[in-house]
Design a binder for this molecule. Structure first.
Ligand code: SAM
Length: 428
């Protein structure tokens, strides 16, 4: 195709060309660039394409620092300076939100930035151990389902990175290597956790080999067989990850854990500042996980109700809170997409709400909040599309966005997190 000029970015980091009719979304293109583009999909309202050649590069384009950048599907945006990537996404979201809801301006706050490298404390590695194929352990390819072999990864925390060559040595030596589905790694504050997902029982020889491996590398090693899991070696009785105020969560490799420890602490700090909890407040922490926000909030308010869908996380969250002397959290298991279960929570009896849903968002919750007497909501989102949808019931019922800001939880990827403070209009 002839050269195309890129005007802006979308929230996922695709270039947008409005010169093309219909509008063209281009993978690999930056605002201000002129590129040759191959169209990969042509629809009535929009076209999609990818860059085949950059004719005039933007000054924000940079050399990717990872040696397997061109194959690995992990960090898709290493060719863009991070500050520019965050700023262009903020512009994209700003225009989407204002356009959809007819708002003049949005109260953007400074973004929360991550350390550039070595930020990731949790990951899942894929394996290809099929007979007759070279053994591969790493991340899925950007272009296919194949596994890109990885023996070092600059975005993992150093302790996890150092473990990769050891995993490459031990796993191919297992008799049951073809039965390994994936490997989960967690760098907790007090040790390393590894879980191997097996699709068949493991032999005694393999267990012996893995136990020696876990001893040598001081790992909490679990074997997960789907229906049940078992601990093979555990130098620490509980792996722990810090939340705010010196408090910590008891975690496993299979739990939801915020992957970026530094951004997590900055995020909790900002959420507390924005929610401005006071002694008398009753706070609802929805999608609470193990209590990452509930614990520090409980230190500041009269009571917190923490609601999470996974009952084992709720039980462990409760035990962990008591162990640290925090007894003003009511722990509840509920499906927050279910209106009947939401009704039982009686959202309206709370003063303030913290919402941190998974990618599906929290539409049913926002519908209930909209007509309640709740005064402030801090919404933490890992999916701008569902966040924008969930704003609907709140803005319609007289709420306003009092603060909004991006958080770079996964630098150089297509994912972006955001936080918004919602208040009843006229309050801010
Ligand atoms: C993004 S995580 C946040 C966890 C916690 N706030 C934290 O910072 O660690 C979202 C949480 O919502 C839970 N979840 C997802 N869908 C849910 C639902 N329909 N009802 C209740 N909880 C749900 C997940 O199990 C997960 O723990």
């Amino acid at each position: 195709m002839a050269s195309i000029t890129i005007d802006s970015w979308d929230p996922r980091g695709r270039g947008i060309s409005r010169q093309h009719q219909p509008v063209l979304f281009v993978d690999g293109a930056l605002p201000g660039e002129t590129c040759q583009v191959t169209v990969t999909a042509s629809k009535k309202q929009l076209c999609e394409g990818k860059v085949t050649k950059v004719l005039e590069a933007a000054p924000q384009r940079q050399q990717p620092f990872c040696p397997v950048f061109s194959q690995c599907g992990g960090c898709q945006l290493q060719y863009v300076q991070r500050e520019a990537a965050v700023s262009w996404r903020q512009q994209a979201l700003d225009s989407q939100i204002r356009h959809q809801y007819g708002l003049d301006t949005l109260p953007w706050q400074p973004p929360v930035f991550s350390p550039e490298e070595q930020y990731r404390r949790k990951t899942r590695l894929a394996i290809d151990a099929r007979k007759g194929k070279p053994f591969s352990l790493g991340f899925r390819s950007a272009r296919s389902d194949s596994v890109v072999n990885i023996s070092q990864c600059p975005v993992l925390e150093p302790e996890l990175n150092q473990l990769l060559p050891a995993l490459h040595a031990v796993l191919p030596a297992l008799k049951g290597r073809t039965a390994i589905g994936h490997v989960s790694l967690l760098k907790a504050d007090n040790g390393l956790g590894v879980t191997l997902r097996f699709t068949q029982p493991a032999s005694s020889e393999d267990r012996a080999l893995l136990t020696d491996f876990a001893r040598e590398h001081k790992l909490n090693l679990r074997l997960d067989f789907g229906e049940h899991s078992e601990s093979l070696h555990a130098p620490v009785s509980e792996l722990r990850c810090q939340t705010a105020d010196g408090l910590s969560l008891a975690v496993t490799t299979e739990d939801f854990v915020q992957v970026n420890g530094a951004v997590n602490l900055a995020m909790i700090d900002q959420a507390i500042q924005w929610l401005a909890p006071s002694d008398a407040d009753k706070v609802l922490d929805l999608f609470s996980g193990l209590g990452n926000f509930s614990l520090p909030l409980a230190k500041r308010v009269s009571e917190v109700t923490a609601v999470e869908g996974v009952s084992t996380m709720v039980q462990r969250g409760e035990k962990n809170a008591h162990q640290q002397g925090i007894n003003n959290i009511h722990w509840r298991t509920a499906d927050l997409s279910n209106s009947q279960e939401l009704n039982k929570l009686a959202v309206k009896k709370y003063d303030k709400i913290l919402l941190d849903p998974s990618r599906e968002g929290a539409f049913a919750v926002c519908q209930q909040i909209a007509t309640s007497k709740v005064t402030s909501v801090v919404y933490v989102s890992c999916n701008p599309a569902t966040f924008i949808r969930d704003l609907g019931p709140l803005l319609k019922d007289g709420w306003q966005i009092s603060k909004i800001g991006l958080m770079e939880m996964f630098p150089y990827t297509q994912h972006i997190e955001l936080m918004a403070l919602m208040e009843r209009a006229g309050k801010g």
